[in-house]
Design a protein around this ligand. Structure first.
Ligand code: SAM
Length: 191
């Protein structure tokens, strides 16, 4: 497992650092599309109290549970499998909400961002692709070749200004923005 060998990716680390800037002691986390759980593990080890991990992929949920057990963090994480948009009504608010490289895997960005922002009591952080014209050209080409392999996966380049507007409308204020190649890292808070 790459995460176990090499640790978390640079952009994930930058997101964690920006979120942690204002303090995470005793906070709760809702990590949507958390994959193997790098954000959950780091924040819990650094002082957050509990985490809820929601992922659409049963394979990821299984692997994330195993990794949390290996790190002795499983009793502080609630694992849910399914599409967050479908599950949102039954999921409680958390102090911190994260979506690291998730909205780029989902077509209905508006609902995913709106419903997840409503769950953030204090901080909302996300990593998603910059909407440069070159990526808007290259990603559909990549999707074409992915489709040929028979995989149902598709990537999406969502408009940054649309994401930002939804978050503003939900009462969140941008505190941090950083570009990192294909990705951008954004952190918001509720004041
Ligand atoms: C590219 S992976 C990123 C995983 C992890 N956050 C990371 O950066 O390593 C995207 C993850 O988001 C999950 N995902 C995408 N849309 C989702 C949704 N609407 N609800 C829950 N999980 C979702 C996928 O199942 C996948 O595990």
């Amino acid at each position: 497992m790459r995460y176990r060998k090499e640790g978390i990716e640079k952009t994930t680390r930058q997101l964690i650092e920006a979120i942690s800037d204002s303090g995470i002691e005793g906070m709760t986390l809702l990590d949507i599309g958390g994959g193997l759980g790098g954000i959950q593990h780091t924040l819990l080890v650094n002082g957050a109290e509990r985490a809820t991990s929601v992922d659409a992929s049963s394979a990821y949920v299984k692997a994330a549970k195993e990794e949390a057990m290996r790190r002795d963090l499983d009793e502080r994480i609630s694992f849910l499998q399914g599409d967050f948009v479908d599950l949102a009504d039954d999921i409680s608010q958390a102090d911190i909400v994260t979506l690291d490289k998730v909205i780029c895997c989902y077509d209905d960005m508006q609902e995913l961002v709106r419903l997840s922002a409503m769950k953030a009591r204090k901080v909302y952080g996300l990593v998603f692709p910059r909407d440069l014209w070159i990526f808007r050209v290259l990603v559909p080409v990549a999707n074409f070749f992915i489709k040929l392999t028979g995989s149902p996966f598709r990537a999406f380049i969502h408009r940054t200004e649309e994401v930002e507007k939804i978050l503003r409308d939900q009462g969140l204020t941008q505190q941090f923005q950083k570009n990192a190649g294909f990705w951008q890292i954004l952190v918001y808070d509720r004041n």
